[in-house]
Design a protein around this ligand. Structure first.
Ligand SMILES: C[S@@+](CC[C@H](N)C(=O)[O-])C[C@H]1O[C@@H](n2cnc3c(N)ncnc32)[C@H](O)[C@@H]1O
Length: 205
């Protein structure tokens, strides 16, 4: 089962105690940093799903993007806002459920980014993911995902639902065309758990 909103809320009350050692939550993802540094990625509006303590959102903002993070944990959002203010980053956060986002988000973004978000969506709800992400993007908008890849990982720790190539195709293939899929050289975070770095462009359907 994926962790509930209540589970996440508990973790984020005192993240330094609850998730000590989980560096995913303490720094922007190395693969995202590299992507925004190395590639000629035009700036634009970016929505970050399950933004946690906000470091990926802060990184987008520092690179000139209009960055907005959503997370359904109020405590995560409060920490993220504090972290952004400390880093003097201009970005926004809101406590919102991905599956029930206000209509103002529809068609509003050039990019939707996620790290370790899809892998904690219950398989029964996964079919909603592609259509929702597509609805958030402008025409030709881009989905950037850092997806936990199970090949060389134990299954006994979170995130709970490993993402295979088949799942990527099944979940996103109808709404997106694949632009690139590589293995993250540095893993999903400093824990080095293997991950795919996936870039897909919205299809006009
Ligand atoms: C595995 S954590 C990843 C956090 C962050 N992306 C990172 O890599 O540091 C998943 C995050 O998604 C949030 N989350 C889970 N389900 C959500 C939902 N339905 N809507 C919004 N946020 C959600 C959790 O509160 C948690 O912060």
């Amino acid at each position: 089962m994926s962790p509930s909103k209540k589970d996440y809320e508990k973790r984020y009350v005192k993240p330094e105690e609850q998730i000590s050692g989980d560096s995913a939550l303490r720094a922007p993802c190395a693969a995202l940093v590299k992507y925004l540094d190395d590639e000629d990625v035009p700036t634009g509006r970016a929505l970050i799903l399950g933004s946690g303590l906000g470091y990926d959102v802060i990184h987008f903002a520092k690179k000139g993007f209009d960055a907005f993070g959503i997370d359904f944990s109020q405590s995560a959002v409060a920490h993220a806002e504090r972290n952004a203010s400390r880093s003097k980053a201009k970005c926004q956060f809101a406590c919102e459920d991905f599956f029930n986002l206000p209509t103002e988000h529809l068609g509003a973004y050039d990019y939707v980014f996620e790290r370790a978000f899809l892998c904690q969506v219950e398989p029964e709800k996964r079919s909603l993911f592609g259509p929702i992400v597509s609805s958030l993007l402008k025409p030709e908008g881009v989905y950037v995902g850092i997806l936990w890849n199970p090949d060389k990982n134990p299954y006994d720790r979170e995130p709970p639902y490993p993402i295979t190539l088949g799942i990527i195709e099944q979940t996103l293939g109808k709404h997106f065309r694949l632009e690139s899929l590589t293995e993250c050289p540095d893993g999903i975070d400093e824990s080095k758990m293997d991950a795919y770095f996936c870039i897909m462009r919205k299809r006009n359907i």
